[in-house]
Design a binder for this molecule. Structure first.
Ligand code: NAI
Length: 790
């Protein structure tokens, strides 16, 4: 027998990892776990437990407490109680605890990896070589941030008590992604692990004990969705950080709308994996093994849609099938296994159901001839070809080892297909041409793009979605901002309805000529669809003019115009700066007449100050336009990750009432500066400002549609804006009711929401009214990973 023949006929022998250490750990706990609250282990208030089992065998591993509302209340109380002392520590002291966590994770790495594999069903190779090392890296990285936090984030404070809810696909890693940045920034935490995989979180609680973490800083409450819901609804929680399904993400948004809780969501995906004809096809196939078969495809950013250039589709499919035939499915503790068990029966059934539906919709299903183990929850690696882009398997997250393949002809078609999804978490682009890959990467609507690679993660690089994949980032500098707030924002007083003109002496100028203003849509002055106008009165109730009463149709037209003007976001930052300077110049030329008119509504002093401060604000954002730049990360692998700031898209803005000019510019300018297009509802009490604004815009070079003005009743127009599915963001300045409406009604397409949280912000104060914090909300970060090296 030749060596080559021998090589080909060689079989893998079993190479099982010994689970005895992990089993001994379970035994030490009597295979029954309470919660970790206030630094001690507590039995559940209602005495209820549920089973967690090994999905590869069905064998029970332990009983775990089912958290009730009372348990959640106790945990939040402990976290609240620990907050002040945790915040009194120096950054260095907090850094020491995070460092100790990293060290303990490393010391117990093998036991944690085995425990993770037992509870989740993922191959030991993955938990040992990917999950756990990344967990340690996350704690090390954030130990560093804790140490330098005060230097890097002056004027910022921790949010407070954080409720964190995590899924089952990367149990300990998701815990690390959540806990490390929260603690580094001085928050305390109540974390609820997923019901299928609670064990490593409990093992982590033990690590907190071992390192002597102050009691109550980390609390772990196990349980199901009801426990999660109790945490979300608890009034003592300042922020919810969630990873999981888009459906639950929506429920969380709804449940928190009427509160000041901050929310960050990392949700589902249907990420494209695009292979161009000039790609290294063998590399692309190997990438797919990681892209869709890693963790049985139960990965939010899995490359689950394969988009192949037509000319290589056949060749690539053959190579792929050949590689799939060598994938080994089986006992996850076997070190030579590629695909382990599916986490739970409901998930397996969901995969089966979706694949059947895909086939019924015309897809061709191909699976290699692999023999699945006789017991446990397994699914074969699966390739669905000829998938129609509208098919359920091209649109819905399957969360299993199933790849849906389609073809394209041109790069434009590839981009269109890739973006044809409600999600926007990640994408892979394979091409040997740096032009093609980077050009396509720039056009993809996704928070992470991997060039000639896939599923690369590092603590230094922000991870998170666009669109219905959620918002907020985990990792990197931007990940910390999810757990921090500017002091001035936290301390701002409650917004009370105050009469316009409060900020100045009420000295009214001569009555101005009666005017009827129009709406401003797509760069044109237009009459309102309703045909109605409302009277606008000044400080002494005198008639100042009439302003159109915009309605649903006007908003729809304005959104359409704003969407069409999206080229604004693709102009160079230098161009955007020039346009903003030009608007400032035009405002300056008309400053006297605008101030005069405005003074009838807000008094002479405030009117003059608003105009002056608005000109300055325009200059500021013109200055920022080409300076709010991204970063280049150096993760510890042979890649760079280019973190680009990108516009969120098209935003609806409800402007403050009591500062008609400055309030408008303070909200609209950061959005424009970042390249967003805007539909704004100007001050409801002085909507006549719209005429002054569009006259200034018309004489500047602002492209038509970049800013659209629809006057009318803020509460009615907000509703239409919030529910509009073609808007990407909503910014709403108003009272408690407006803020809650903005949050609640924008749940449909999970728009990004900014509100003043019912606070009165002082836009005259440049520290508050402009700058980085606003631009951070107006942008979202896209990380483009590019491999390099010998
Ligand atoms: P899920 O979203 O229900 O579970 C995630 C976490 O949320 C768990 O800890 C769960 O207990 C908790 N939860 C459930 N309902 C809640 C509620 N009303 N309030 C607060 N917390 C709640 O996800 P599930 O049912 O386990 O999986 C269903 C599908 O979701 C998967 O097939 C997959 O498509 C997607 N998914 C996406 C993940 C991601 O990483 N983006 C992770 C897990 C699931």
């Amino acid at each position: 027998m030749s060596v080559i023949e021998k090589f080909r006929t060689m079989e893998y022998g079993p190479a099982p990892e010994d689970p005895k250490e992990s089993m001994a750990w379970l035994e030490r706990h009597g295979r029954r776990f309470g919660y970790f609250i206030g630094g001690t282990w507590k039995a559940p208030a209602e005495g209820k437990y549920f089973e967690t089992s090994d999905p590869s065998t069905g064998e029970k591993l332990a009983d775990v407490a089912q958290g009730s509302t009372a348990d959640v209340v106790a945990a939040v109380k402990a976290a609240r109680g620990a907050l002040a002392n945790w915040q009194k520590l120096t950054g260095h002291q907090r850094a020491r605890y995070l460092y100790a966590m990293a060290r303990q994770v490393q010391k117990h790495a093998r036991r944690l990896a085995v425990l993770e594999t037992l509870d989740n069903g993922k191959p030991i190779r993955e938990s040992r070589d990917i999950d756990i090392p990344l967990v340690a890296r996350h704690f090390y990285y954030h130990a560093g941030w804790a140490q330098i936090l005060n230097q890097e984030f002056p004027g910022y404070a921790a949010c407070g008590v954080i409720g964190q809810i995590i899924p089952w696909n990367f149990p300990l890693l998701m815990l690390a992604w959540k806990i490390a940045p929260a603690l580094a920034t001085g928050n305390t935490v109540v974390l609820k692990p997923a019901e299928y995989t609670p064990l490593t979180a409990l093992a982590f609680a033990e690590i907190c004990e071992e390192i002597g973490l102050p009691r109550g800083v980390v609390n772990i409450v196990t349980g199901d969705g009801a426990t999660g819901e109790a945490l979300v609804k608890h009034p003592g929680v300042d922020k919810i950080a969630f990873t999981g399904s888009t459906e639950v993400g929506r429920a969380i948004r709804r449940a928190t709308a009427n509160s000041r809780k901050r929310v960050s969501l990392e949700l589902g995906g249907k990420s494209p994996y695009i292979v161009f004809e000039d790609a290294d096809l063998d590399g692309a196939v190997e990438g797919l093994v990681d892209g869709i078969w890693f963790n049985q495809g139960q990965v939010c950013c899995a490359g689950s849609r394969l988009l192949m250039q037509e000319s290589i589709a056949e060749k690539l499919t053959k190579k792929l099938q050949a590689r799939m035939s060598t994938l080994r499915v089986g006992a996850p503790l076997d070190k030579a296994i590629d695909i382990g068990a599916i986490v739970a029966r409901v998930q397996l059934e969901r995969i089966e159901r979706l694949v059947k539906q895909g086939v019924a919709e015309g897809a061709t299903c191909w699976q290699p001839e692999v023999v699945l183990p006789s017991r446990g929850l397994y699914y074969k690696p699966t390739l669905l070809s000829n998938v129609h882009p509208a098919s359920i398997v091209a649109q819905q997250e399957i969360f299993g080892p199933v790849l849906a393949a389609m073809t394209f002809r041109t790069p434009k078609e590839a981009v269109d297909l890739a973006n044809n999804t409600v999600y926007g978490l990640a994408a892979s682009v394979w091409s040997e041409s740096v032009n093609v890959s980077l050009q396509v990467a720039a056009q993809l609507k996704a928070g992470v793009v991997w060039v000639n690679s896939t599923n690369l993660f590092d603590a230094s690089c922000g991870f998170g979605g666009y669109r219905e994949s959620g918002y907020g980032r985990e990792g990197g500098r931007e990940g910390l901002l999810e757990y921090l707030e500017p002091e001035w924002f936290r301390k701002a007083p409650a917004l009370r309805a105050k009469p316009a003109g409060k900020n100045g002496k009420t000295e009214i100028a001569n009555p101005t000529i009666d005017r009827t203003v129009k709406l401003y849509i797509g760069g044109k002055q237009v009459r309102p669809d309703s045909g109605y106008s409302i009277e606008v009165r000044g400080l002494k109730k005198e008639l100042l003019g009439e302003s159109p009463l915009g309605n649903r149709k006007d908003i729809r037209n304005a959104v359409e115009a704003a969407r069409k003007a999206e080229a604004w976001g693709k102009t160079t930052t230098h161009n955007r700066a020039q346009v903003l300077y030009y608007v400032a110049e035009n405002l300056s030329q008309r400053s006297k007449e605008i101030a005069e008119r405005l003074s009838a509504a807000v008094g002479k002093k405030q009117a003059g100050e608003e105009v002056r401060a608005s000109i300055e604000r325009l200059f500021s954002y013109a200055g920022w336009a080409d300076k709010f730049e991204g970063a280049v990360h150096n993760p510890p692998m042979r890649s760079i990750a280019i973190a680009m700031n990108e516009a969120v898209g098209t935003a609806g803005v409800i402007c403050p009432t009591d500062m008609p000019l400055l309030g408008f510019f303070s909200l609209v300018l950061p959005l424009l500066c970042a390249g967003n297009t805007v539909v704004a509802v100007p001050s409801e009490t002085y909507p006549l400002i719209a005429a002054d604004l569009y006259q200034v815009f018309e004489t500047s070079d602002l492209p038509g549609g970049a800013v659209n003005l629809v006057t009318g009743r803020a509460s009615e127009l907000l509703k239409v804006l919030a529910e509009h599915d073609d808007l990407d963001a909503i910014w709403c300045y108003g009272d408690a009711e407006l803020c809650a409406t903005a949050k609640a009604l924008s749940v449909g397409n999970l728009k990004q929401v900014w509100t003043n949280e019912r606070r009165a912000l002082d836009f005259f104060d440049a520290q508050q009214g402009e700058g980085r914090w606003w631009l951070e909300h107006a942008n979202q970060v896209k990380n483009i990973w590019v491999p390099y090296g010998e």
